[in-house]
Write a protein of this length. Structure first.
Lengths: 107, 115
């Protein structure tokens, strides 16, 4: 199985900050990675697919980059509604595997 | 608008069975691969499995943690996805979500396995 190591597991940031979350895959997954945002009591929402493609309707302050084994989600200017937990997901091979999550909290 | 409505959750004793349903609308259900994902209370997301479409012969992939106990099926005539869960364990307690291709997600249903 492909292991997805996500870091940090949590972070505190202020509105307007630039935030970066990283996922590392245990083997080459090409660009077959997505990023998800989850708020308490809600279903996950996909932000990025194919490592760097922005899901329709998602604000442009979210961006993804990387390929192979190293991937990054960046929020260019954190907004109040962005405080949530973020997950990466590899879709290169089965079983699909998620990163452990990054909880973004208000500083 | 894509809608995925999950139902069938509840309280069940260890060793029991439950069937979840995901009712889909707003898209051509038969064309898409459909997934189940779960989330234990306070924990991260865990992929449970998927069923491919008719073109891919409705083949299934599933996680080792549910293999042999859970069965994924679909009925394209009613736009429904199912998760039959047998031999349930306390560690299967989670919110269960269905998803269209891991893009669109249903709201989830809570399954609690407890005596």
């Amino acid at each position: 199985d492909i292991q997805m190591t996500q870091s940090p597991s949590s972070l505190s940031a202020s509105v307007g900050d630039r935030v970066t979350i990283t996922c590392r895959a245990s083997q080459d997954i090409r660009n077959e990675l997505g990023w998800y945002q989850q708020k308490p009591g809600k279903a996950p929402k996909r932000l990025i697919y194919a490592a760097s493609s922005l899901q329709s309707g998602v604000p442009s302050r979210f961006s993804g980059s990387g390929s192979g084994t190293e991937f990054t989600l960046t929020i260019s200017s954190l907004q109040p509604e962005d405080f949530a937990t973020y997950y990466c997901l590899q879709q290169n091979s089965y079983p699909l595997t998620f990163g452990g999550g990054t909880k973004v909290e208000i500083k | 608008e894509v809608q995925l409505v999950v139902s069938g959750g509840g309280l069940v004793q260890p060793g029991g069975s439950l069937r979840l349903c995901c009712a889909a609308s707003g898209f051509s259900f038969s064309d898409h691969y459909m997934h189940w994902v779960r989330q234990a209370p306070g924990k991260g997301l865990e992929w449970v499995g998927l069923i491919r479409n008719k073109t891919k012969s409705y083949t299934i992939e599933d996680a080792a943690s549910v293999k042999g106990r859970f069965t994924i099926s679909r009925d394209d005539s009613t736009n429904s996805l199912y998760l039959q869960m047998n031999s349930l364990k306390t560690e299967d307690t989670a919110v269960y979500y269905c998803s269209r291709g891991m893009g669109d997600w249903g709201q989830g249903t809570l399954v609690t396995v407890s005596s």
